[in-house]
Design a protein around this ligand. Structure first.
Ligand SMILES: [Zn+2]
Length: 191
């Protein structure tokens, strides 16, 4: 992929991987889709290849991302869903023209409209967010326990007790912090 840009965090829940393209929202935020090209890269990785992307379309994508984040956060803490964010999600869902198609291997693939435009891809992401927030999918919406993150994520673990949006980043950092704190409490403890 392109060098010099923050890496993507990959997950298996499309809408939540999308909100994860902005991480550390409560700390030093990391924008993982800083340019239109980078959004194209992200869409390719997630099976939504588009022909091109303009700055205006990137703005549209980020608006959808923050709307999903706000709505999923409200749903996770059982707050009323924010009306303006809902409108954005619904508009994007209504305006995308993509079809689910079945491959000979029995896999579901998204076929974007004839122009393969960003709006079609955003429609798929918006619909994915709707199915999660509406509670149609097997899992639980939760907020990351890291105070600098607080990302909304979809917990599909058996016990539904996942605490972090991402084990490799937030989970690891938290574990390391606890380890250091414990060592401070017991001076002289071996490495
Ligand atoms: Zn997190």
């Amino acid at each position: 992929m392109r060098a010099g840009f923050p890496e993507f965090r990959l997950g298996n829940v499309l809408a939540m991987s999308f909100t994860g393209t902005l991480s550390e929202r409560r700390g030093n935020a990391v924008e993982r889709i800083p340019t239109p090209h980078r959004l194209v890269d992200w869409l390719v990785v997630n099976g939504l290849a588009v022909d091109s992307c303009t700055t205006a379309q990137l703005d549209l994508a980020r608006e959808l991302r923050e709307s999903i984040h706000a709505t999923a956060t409200a749903a996770a803490i059982q707050d009323p869903l924010p009306a303006s964010a809902l409108r954005v999600i619904n508009d994007r869902s209504a305006q995308g023209r993509a079809a689910a198609v079945l491959t000979p291997e029995g896999k579901r693939r998204w076929q974007l409209g004839s122009a393969s435009c960003v709006e079609d891809a955003l429609g798929v992401i918006a619909a994915d967010a709707i199915s999660i927030i509406a509670g149609e999918r097997d899992g639980r919406l939760a907020l990351c326990a890291s105070p600098t993150c607080r990302a909304a994520f979809f917990d599909t673990s058996q016990s539904r007790t996942r605490k972090w949006c991402d084990m490799n980043t937030c989970g690891n950092r938290q574990k390391k912090a606890r380890f250091t704190a414990n060592r401070r409490k017991t001076p002289g403890s071996a490495e």
